[in-house]
Design a protein around this ligand. Sequence first.
Ligand code: PRP
Length: 209
Amino acid sequence: MLNVALPKGRLGEKVYDIFEAAGFECPSIRETNRKLVFENEQKQVRYFWVKPSDVAIYVERGAADIGVAGKDILLEYEPDVYELLDLNLGKCRMAVAAPADFRDDENRTLRVATKFVNIAADYYAKIGRQIDIIKLNGSIELAPILGLSDVIVDIVETGTTLKENNLSVVQTILPISARLISNKASFQFKGTQIEILLCQVRNQVEQHD
Ligand code: PRP
């Protein structure tokens, strides 16, 4: 069996559509219930729904052979996995955002609120700007509104969250998209099966582009 960790939610559903079209269908997964594990013995594939930010942990530790994780998670946590393919889904960007009237005072340490402390630290180290990182776990947009930080480093997809909170992008740091990843040992021991899947999934992704 090839164990596949899918990110729970809309992105995961799109990813499953691709896997299905690639010949790795598992029809029971479309039944709406709270079940987390689905398998198709004939196709030798088992899917499980995982919190998106946990996919890389399952794959790194071998609980899943392959999975789909955002480039943001891969850059932030640097899991020891192989990145096999850009699925061109879940496209968004990592950006610095601030209130419209924000002016950076280079003489002061910049207060940056984010979930992505490593990405933010790397970015500001590269541009040589001293910062104070404030690690938050969600609703990052609140931080500059309440004066907890000067700016935020966060994911921007449609831009709606920023707009509705009177914030705007100051600088784009990186483009983000979903990536197919593999456990390193599985890539050796289940190499043939993974290679076949990779090839079929790549065909599907190219057809959609
Ligand atoms: C993410 C991100 C932004 C929002 C961006 O939050 O942190 O808040 O999506 O999307 P948009 O540009 O389309 O508005 P998420 O929904 O993951 O929740 P969070 O507040 O827990 O980070």
